[in-house]
Design a protein around this ligand. Structure first.
Ligand code: 6PG
Length: 272
């Protein structure tokens, strides 16, 4: 089972980031009220990092027990661990440095300091995911969330940005990563968006998530967003591929929304 996309359009990127932050905080608090912990998969990119900053700036973020949030990344740049390019470093500066996380719950993909190739780092990240899944399975199973696959942990929310070429995570049009169906995590070698070497969750892994939130702002993304929501083939338009099991939510600004198919746009109430 997977959920058809729902679209929520906000006037501009500032409002969008604040709205994403408010939704995230509420969702994490809800998950923790019910299950004690929550698992989120972060993304790089302007909206992904901007939204984390908006979470850090919100007084309501203190309602979340950050020590019981598990953090993973949808993709990472395969460069030195201290490079400004690292998605994890940017997320750290935007949010994680400002909240009381449990370091054991922060799962950063390996860097070029630790691994010779992005494929090695990808295999290690898949191993970390498997270990987390095994630990979850060994723990109390009594809850009512959607069934998860055996070799991956439960992913409550996956955040994804979209590039102007319609890539998501580090899955680029027509490249091997977007076609991958066996591996949970891939090494990427020819990213058109610098840096060229990356590590990425694959589409089958992303689509095990309970909820996928796709966060996009800007006129340069309008074509990609329009094609993805019109149901293009994910090999050509990777953003068409992600689907949460219970929710697929596009959170976008008005500039990115100009080519969204009419039937997906919620109309303002008449006479308002
Ligand atoms: C990255 C990403 C990537 C990003 C999109 C959108 O590592 O670059 O995770 O998938 O989310 O390229 O990025 P912008 O919002 O900056 O355009």
């Amino acid at each position: 089972m997977s959920a058809d996309p729902r679209v929520s359009i906000h006037p501009d990127s500032e409002v969008l980031m604040a709205a994403i932050a408010a939704r995230l905080i509420t969702k994490l608090v809800d998950l923790q009220d019910t299950h004690g912990e929550a698992t989120i998969v972060l993304t790089g990119g302007s909206m992904g990092i901007g939204s984390l900053k908006a979470v850090a700036d919100s007084p309501a973020s203190r309602a979340v027990d950050w020590s019981k949030v598990n953090f993973w990344w949808g993709d990472e740049r395969f460069v030195g661990s201290d490079e400004a390019d690292r998605n994890a470093r940017q997320a750290h500066e935007a949010l994680l440095a400002h909240i009381p996380v449990d370091p054991a719950r922060v799962h950063v993909p390996g860097s070029s300091d630790e691994f010779a190739t992005p494929e090695d780092a990808a295999a290690d990240y898949a191993r970390q995911l498997n270990e987390a899944a095994a630990a979850e399975h060994a723990a109390d199973m009594s809850d009512d969330r959607p069934e998860r696959p055996g070799n991956l942990p439960r992913l409550d929310i996956v955040l994804l940005g979209v590039g102007p070429d319609a890539h998501v995570a580090s899955l680029f049009p027509e490249q091997a990563g977007i076609r991958e169906t066996d591996l949970a995590v891939v090494g990427v070698r020819h990213s058109p968006k610098p840096p060229p070497l990356r590590v990425s969750l694959t589409l089958p892994t992303i689509n095990t998530a309970a909820e996928v939130w796709i966060v996009v702002a800007g006129e340069d993304k309008a074509g990609a967003v329009g094609l993805a929501l019109a149901g293009a083939n994910p090999v050509q338009v990777p953003a068409a591929g992600p689907r949460g099991r219970s929710k697929t939510l596009w959170l976008i600004d008005a500039n990115a929304a100009s080519r969204v198919p009419e039937q997906l746009v919620r109309k303002a109430p008449s006479g308002a």
